[in-house]
Structures are given as C-alpha cells and as structure tokens.
Design a protein around this ligand. Structure first.
Ligand SMILES: *Cc1c(COP(=O)(O)O)cnc(C)c1O
Length: 497
C-alpha cells in the first residue's frame, strides 16, 4: 500500500502556501534543507524493508550516483548529438538480450520503468493489430488476474479492452486453457508474468507461447521484477520454468533494471524478438513547427543519468557480482519460507520461484501484523484480497536481508501474538452495509470523506496504524476502492508550505 505510506508524512508539513523565494539559498542551505525533508522517510538502508527499495550496498550505490551525475544534463532526446547515450542504450539492450535468450535479430529500448516498458509493448501490439485488422476499432488484451496493474493502466491510456482471466487459486499461476478460451478476433496481445509481483510465481510461458502461435497474437512476458534475476536463481538450482526468448511464441519481454539489477530508479528495458515488431513502437511527428520528433519511448527530452547509472551498476557487479547477490537472496528466501512455514498461524501462498513471497493467515488479521511489524521497525507490504487471492502480506527480499532474517522472523512471531489481541473485523461489515451497493461513480466527495473518516483519516491528523484504512479498502469492491484511492490522492497532493 504505497499510497498509505505517503499519507503518514502528511501531518509533518506546516500550513500555508509555499511560494518561490525572493532570493536564492546558498548551496549548503539548499542541500541541508532537503536533507531535513528526508527525515521522516523510510530508513531503507537498515535492511528492514521488504518492499520499495532494491539495495545492493553502499559502494554499488556510489558508483551509480557517480554515473547518474556524470550524465545528468545530457539529453537522450537526440542520439545523434549524444552518441554516448546511443551506445549505452544499445549495450544495455545487447547484454539483456544475451541474458534472456534473444537472437541476433533481437532489439529493444531503454525506458523509465516497468510501466513505460509495458505501455510500449501494449502500444506495439495494438498498432500491429490495427495494421493487420483495420476494421476492428477496439482491440483487446487478455491478462491473467495476476498480471501487473500496468497492463490495465496501459489499456486505459491506449483505449483498449481488457479481458481478465482467473488463475489457479492454489498455485496462483495462469491457466493457459482459460487464456486460449478468452482469445477472439479482437485480441492483439496475451500476457504472462515471470514472475508475478504479488506471489512471485512464473506463469506457464511455454504453454502460453504455443497458444500465441496458434492464434497469431503477440505474447508479452512481464519480467519487470524477475527477468533479470531468474536466470541466476536457475543456476543456483531453483526450479524456474522457461520464460525467455528461447520459448517459441514469446514476442516481447519487459525487464526492470531498477529492481533486481539494482540500478537507481528510472531504468527498464523493453525487448522484442525482432525489428519488424519494434517498428510499431516508434513515434514520429514532422507536422509541427519545431524540430522533428522521433521517439522510441514515451518521454521525449530525458536525462541520460538513469541509463548511465544502469550501465554503471551492471558493469560494477558483472555476472559474478550478480551471482553473489542472487545467492544471498536465494538463501534468505529459503530461511524466510522455512521460518514462516513453522508458524501455525501463517500460510505461504503458492510456491514462489524467486525471492518474492506472499503469506496469509486464517487466524490473525494480517493488517495488524503489518502495523505491529512497522512498530518494530520492519516494513512489510499488505496486499488486498482479489478474486484469486485472500488478503495477504508480501515480502520482496534483498541481498542484505540475509543477516537480518532471524531477527525478522522473531519480530514476526511477536507481531502475530500482538495482532491476535487487537480488535478486528468490525469495520468490514459496516462498510459493506453502508457502501458496497452504491455505484462508486455516483458517490460525492462528502461521502468519500466520510469513508476516510471511518478509516481514521481526517484532515491532517493521520493515524500511525494502517489496519483501519486497509480494512475499509479490503471490504470494498475494486471499482469502489479505486474511487476512494483517487479521492484520497487528489486530497494529498495539494498546495502547502
Ligand atoms: C514493478 C513491476 C511493474 C511496474 O514497474 P514500475 O517500474 O513500477 O513502473 C510491472 N510488472 C511487475 C511484475 C512488477 O513487479
């Protein structure tokens, strides 16, 4: 619940409107002021955070920062003016195609993140489809329910229909037959994850590839979180299903360098099996009064910093460095799975293929567990229930989580005991009675504020604990959750000083 964590910071700000200073600050004053702004942020260097940050240590950080600064002002808008950036991008793509079973025909581009990579892959599928079937106005994409929200966001932005297909409720993997059944003459793209963020499991990509070939649709593999590290887990002996370009039918893969390749944020790649697919990704405009525009990606002017920092990070670790990091995450994951399996109140969900774990509880409110862990300095991520999956807790494991794992498991046991004693479950029936049958698009701001108040969020005074707001969200149908979240964020980003 990323949004809810931001909410915690709200009451630390003063009132009133910020305006541009008349006179500038000194360099020291600027930097120390921003340092103060950071004081309430999550302490991600502590090794106690199991979400949001991917950390490979302080020296790796320094290398990335150096490269980021070196290319901060260079503009990747025009590769003919900054050939260094063209070279860096092509080298990153080349390394990753080699890593993910691509052939000499493979191509790709650097993007700002997984969402942009996915959006480009969806646009590519849409535009290829429109060329082949100009009579169909609104193509559709077929997604397992576990596919990242970025696909639904892309469909929203690109005006496509989404068909969500259920996944297996024990393994949380896509069911290829259901994807096949959902394909019709409007389908431009099917999707599999390697792995899904929520449960860390890889979909049956080989079977999905066969379906894609049979129906002449594209298949995107979302390797945003795992595409980079899964090959290392495989080398360490993990039972990783095939997912890359060596699988027939896979036409594109997204892989975030800012996740488990440990590059600073703003770094992802979208890769294609060949150039004729990628052509649908590129946008050009020569019918305005300014410089000619031709963009691979969504951004136009963009800093060279993130791609240089990604290149630097990968050069610094090398294959051997990543193997060491992967081994630590592999060992930490095994310890976590063993520890959690030994706690009778908790159940691990599915069989994770990577260092991403989800677990649930039949006996204790998991939102209270997350709050209790936070009180003890550990950041875990609550995941709301969905049609395929009960309310649960997610862990993204980092290399230096390894030395903290025994302490984490101890804190988890304490938190379960503490959570057991807390009131729970009163809010959900109340919320369902009052709101669940309303049409969220007809609900006004007053009622939305009332709902936030029931969840303990009122004006600037926000609770330190998130169980109530999470319970409210969990009790609501997804369309209502979305309405409430949009309202909440619209209130959060306001003028202040
Ligand atoms: C993180 C993630 C994304 C989205 O990436 P962003 O970099 O946050 O835009 C997409 N798919 C999966 C599986 C992810 O874990």
């Amino acid at each position: 619940m990323l949004i809810i964590h931001i909410a915690l910071e709200r009451h630390h700000h003063g009132d009133g409107i910020m305006k541009l200073r008349d006179q500038g600050m000194s360099k020291e004053e600027v930097l120390s002021t921003l340092e103060q702004y950071k004081a309430q942020d999550m302490d991600w260097k502590s090794g106690r955070a199991f979400a949001y940050v991917y950390d490979a240590g302080r020296e790796a950080d320094a290398v990335a920062k150096g490269a980021m600064t070196m290319f901060l002002s260079e503009n990747a808008l025009d590769p003919t003016v900054f050939p260094s950036l063209l070279r860096i991008e092509n080298e990153l793509v080349s390394m990753m195609l080699e890593h993910l079973g691509g052939s000499d025909e493979g191509v790709g581009n650097f993007t700002s993140g997984g969402t942009e990579s996915i959006m480009l892959a969806v646009k590519t599928a849409r535009d290829r489809f429109r060329k082949l079937h100009p009579e169909i106005e609104r193509p559709q994409i077929v997604l397992p329910e576990t596919a990242h929200a970025a696909f639904q966001k892309s469909a929203h932005y690109l005006d496509l229909d989404v068909v969500l297909v259920p996944v297996d409720t024990t393994s949380f993997r896509a069911i290829p037959e259901l994807t096949a059944e959902a394909i019709n003459d409007k389908t431009c793209l099917i999707v599999g994850s390697a792995p899904s963020y929520a449960h860390g499991v890889v979909d049956p990509i080989r079977e999905l590839g066969q379906i894609a070939l049979q129906h002449d649709v594209l298949l995107h593999v979302d390797g945003c979180v795992g595409g980079f590290i899964l090959p290392y887990f495989k080398r360490l002996g993990a039972n990783v299903p095939d997912f890359d370009f060596s699988v027939p039918g896979v036409t594109s893969i997204s892989v975030d360098l800012h996740k488990y390749a440990f590059a600073p944020k703003g770094a992802s790649l979208v890769l294609y099996r060949n150039k004729s697919l990628r052509k649908h990704q590129i946008y050009a405009c020569a019918s305005w009064s300014g410089y000619t525009i031709v963009n691979n990606a969504v951004q136009s002017s963009k800093s060279g910093g993130p791609m240089a920092a990604a290149w630097a990070t990968m050069a610094y670790h090398g294959d051997a460095g990543y193997m060491t990091l992967a081994r630590r995450m592999y060992d930490a994951t095994r310890q976590a799975l063993e520890g959690i399996a030994g706690m009778p109140d908790l159940q691990i969900m599915g069989t994770p293929h990577m260092n991403l774990i989800a677990f649930t509880s039949d006996t204790v409110n998991v939102f209270h567990i997350v709050d209790e862990m936070k009180e003890r300095g550990w950041i875990l991520q609550a995941q709301l229930r969905s049609p395929c999956s009960p309310t649960n807790i997610h862990l993204s494991i980092n290399p230096h989580t390894l030395e903290h794992m025994p302490a984490m498991l101890e804190a988890l046991e304490e938190s379960i005991e503490a959570a057991r004693t807390l009131p729970s479950g009163n809010l959900a029936p109340m919320i369902q009675d009052a709101f669940a049958n309303l049409d969220p698009s007809q609900v006004g701001d007053d009622m939305l504020n009332q709902m936030l108040a029931m969840a303990g969020i009122q004006g600037v005074g926000l609770p330190g604990r998130m169980a109530e707001i999470n319970e409210v969200l969990d009790a609501l149908p997804s369309a209502f959750r979305e309405t409430l979240l949009i309202h909440f964020v619209n209130e959060l980003f306001i003028q202040r000083g």
